[in-house]
Design a protein around this ligand. Structure first.
Ligand SMILES: Cc1ncc(COP(=O)(O)O)c(C=O)c1O
Length: 458
């Protein structure tokens, strides 16, 4: 009886489920569908829901897409949307011609690589990734997705330390499998999941707006020092696992990672940084940890590594962690998929040749300035934050209380969609903007104009 009541209570309170993204069962979603979706698309959406298992954040779906190109998505009704969401796979833009050409050429030559063999694109991509990664992160394992790469990192940490405990952050996301949600901290994935991995300790993330240490407007590093407190009390933690910056986004202060790196070193814990969504330039550096001048023991990347086409992720480990030649860390069927690796190589080539990392850095600074300026003009905007082209606009009901403006954020999101701009809302009230790194100043201005107009009409 008690358990049922608990579940019913959780179902009513959806705010704690919104950390990862906007929910797909809201009244506002229904109204948007009613206003914007024609009968043909409606029939397809119904068919999709009939055949796919329903789940929060995805099925039932919002709309049916027909094509994508560069910054744009196009739906079946021929409407185009600037995609400031893109699941963070579209650093080089959708259907990037160089990536598509590399994939087509590889398909004609060697579309798959049976285990026991290797292939030139896989070797070249591993070499390139190791060359780009900071410090002695020189050994690579590919996996067909970020979650699997995180799983490999967890296994390697256990093998390397002989310990099994982890310290990770509340509200973090590292993938949807049982091991990943054990170290992840989001209610939507953990609720009703049953027993998770033992020894998965959680600490508060460096998010001043939710800080249990009441650090005020900016992080005072008490949460970083608390990580050391937990490492000391537990005494036998294998690894600290975290996103270098959180997608929501919150951006830890300059000394945050140095403090945690030093604590890990003092207590024999490895540092695993998850840069799956923001690797390869989004934050204005090839890897986000470079902003903090810190080298983790393992760096996990993914998403855009597959060029916005293939699921491809990589665990990049310290060279001396190559210690389990007789065990199996990954053993994934598509571990050295030549087509995915050709896409990865072409993606990195685009980033380097077209100066996309610099573009992300420069446009990000200008966009954040404009967002902060908008905050002066609109009471609904509590503030802006970001790094490179990972940007967030926080909407609040009241500047004094900081109460989150969740309904308003959802309304702004659906209004923006009607004006041709797609983005997601995270934590319930943060408009989260992650455009391709190929975006121009004019396109960025246009997107912020749309957001400002939508906020103005609130
Ligand atoms: C920070 C982070 N880690 C891990 C993952 C999981 O990656 P994948 O969906 O490729 O398994 C994601 C996906 O959104 C992510 O954002």
């Amino acid at each position: 009886m008690k358990k049922k009541a608990g579940r019913a209570r959780r179902k009513r309170d959806t705010s704690r489920l919104k950390s990862e993204g906007d929910l797909n069962l809201s009244g506002q979603r229904q109204q948007w569908l009613h206003r914007n979706i024609d009968s043909k698309t409606r029939r397809l959406l119904a068919e999709d829901e009939k055949f796919f298992l329903r789940q929060s954040l995805s099925t039932p779906c919002l709309n049916v897409l027909k094509r994508c190109d560069g910054l744009y998505l196009e739906d079946l009704q021929g409407r185009r949307y600037m995609d400031f969401h893109g699941n963070n796979v579209h650093q080089v833009g959708f259907k990037n011609p160089r990536v598509i050409a590399a994939i087509k050429a590889q398909l004609d030559e060697l579309p798959f690589c049976t285990r026991r063999y290797t292939n030139v694109p896989a070797i070249r991509l591993a070499n390139k990734v190791a060359e780009l990664a900071p410090g002695n992160l020189n050994k690579v394992l590919f996996a067909p997705g970020g979650t699997s790469a995180m799983g490999m990192a967890l296994k390697l940490a256990r093998a390397a330390t002989g310990r099994f405990k982890t310290v990770s952050m509340w509200d973090s996301f590292h993938g949807a499998s049982l091991d990943a949600i054990s170290v992840g901290g989001e209610a939507i994935f953990r609720q009703d999941a049953g027993p998770l991995l033992p020894g998965s300790e959680h600490v508060p993330p460096p998010d001043p707006s939710q800080c249990p240490f009441s650090c005020g407007a900016s992080c005072s590093l008490q949460c970083a020092r608390y990580v050391e407190y937990v490492l000391e009390k537990e005494g036998d933690v294998a690894a600290v696992i975290a996103e270098t910056v959180r997608s929501t986004p919150y951006i830890p202060p300059a000394d945050y990672w140095k403090t945690i790196r030093a604590a890990c070193d003092r207590h024999g814990a490895l540092l695993i940084l998850d840069e799956i969504p923001h690797c390869l330039g989004r934050t204005g550096k090839m890897f986000t940890c470079e902003h903090y001048d810190v080298v983790p023991d393992m760096l996990v990347i993914g998403k855009g590594l597959g060029g916005g086409v293939f699921p491809l992720a990589a665990l990049i480990a310290r060279e001396d962690l190559d210690i389990v030649p007789e065990g199996a860390l990954g053993h994934y069927t598509h571990e050295k998929n030549p087509v995915a690796c050709a896409a990865g190589l072409a993606t990195i080539e685009c980033l380097e040749r077209d100066g996309l990392v610099e573009n992300a850095r420069n446009l990000g600074v200008q966009a954040l300035d404009r967002i902060k300026d908008m905050a002066w003009r609109h009471a609904l905007i509590g503030g802006g934050r970001g790094l490179g082209l990972l940007l967030g606009i926080e909407l609040i009901k009241n500047r004094k209380t900081g109460q989150r403006a969740c309904e308003e954020a959802e309304e702004v999101m659906y209004r923006a969609l009607e004006k041709g701009l797609s983005f997601k809302v995270s934590m319930g009230n943060v408009l989260t903007l992650t455009p391709p790194l190929t975006i121009s100043q004019a396109q960025m201005d246009r997107a912020l104009d749309i957001i400002e107009a939508c906020i103005q009409s609130e």
